[in-house]
Design a protein around this ligand. Sequence first.
Ligand code: GAL
Length: 337
Amino acid sequence: MKRKSKITIWLLAGLCGLLLLTGCDSKEKEGEKKMLRIGVSLYRGDDTFINNIRGELENCAKEYEKEHGVKVTLDIQDAKGSQNTQNNQVERFISLGCDVLCINPVDRTAASAMIEKVMTAEIPVVFFNRQPVEEDMDRWDQLYYVGVVARESAVLQGSIVVDRYREDPKSLDRNGDGVVSYVLLEGESSHQDSLIRTEWSIQTLKDGGVPIEKITGGIANWERSQASALMEQWLEQYPDTIELVVCNNDDMALGAIDAIERAKASGISLVGIDATTPGLEAVRSGKLMGTVSSDKEQYAGAIFTIAAAAAQKEPVPEELSLEEGKYYWSRQEIIVK
Ligand code: GAL
């Protein structure tokens, strides 16, 4: 009898423990934040690609509100190309009590000051598009990064040209001299994507058997107007010579197209990367031979999902399969007419 009652006491204690635990669980669910304040800082609000991502983030916030019954406040700020301004924005986000930050760093090598601040305030961060250095990313387990694999974008871009050349060499080698003469428009030199895109795009052309010759190249910092000015200069300097313009992004390709149209030049093919809204329009109208799309819905979806999970102190959903528990690489594909 004595032994039996002891067992019963233990069983009851176990059951109480279990109930308490489940109780805790459901309390935690109840305690889930019903309001999320997300601070977003963009390196430049006038960047076309970044603006496309911004639009998708706003859609994600609306969907999350509907699905989860959680009010989401997205506080989106433009750092206008100044790291100092961005540092101040981060301080302001912290003082406003943001639950999580999404940062598109101005200077990817200078993220440590921002990281210092968010670590002290214990606010997780999802960096995107401009990748902080590994040393900074490794400083805390609440730092994440969303972007695309630069080499993949470049190989896809190069293969647009390779495919076209294999189909119809004359469509690129317009003057029939056996080589495709090209110029290169590059993004910011400090951006992790610029160098890799340039290198692998050209390597893919070589590997694919396209006989190429570089005329010249220049940095236009992702910008349409800067690219347009460079292209205008090259068209004057090398009349009737340029057959291909390899551009690190769509905006620079559009700038080159502007210059080509102004100069009334013809027979020049162009490739871009991003598949921005105006970039896609240029592909549709045949002005741009092709571009590489990073799936913006997936890209922004990943930023938002990681941010919301981190803000709710929940694990990031497994289906995102974060590399090293912190990096998410968004899918890319070729877009041609
Ligand atoms: C690149 C993109 C560019 C520009 C840049 C800004 O990935 O291709 O168009 O948006 O990011 O960091």
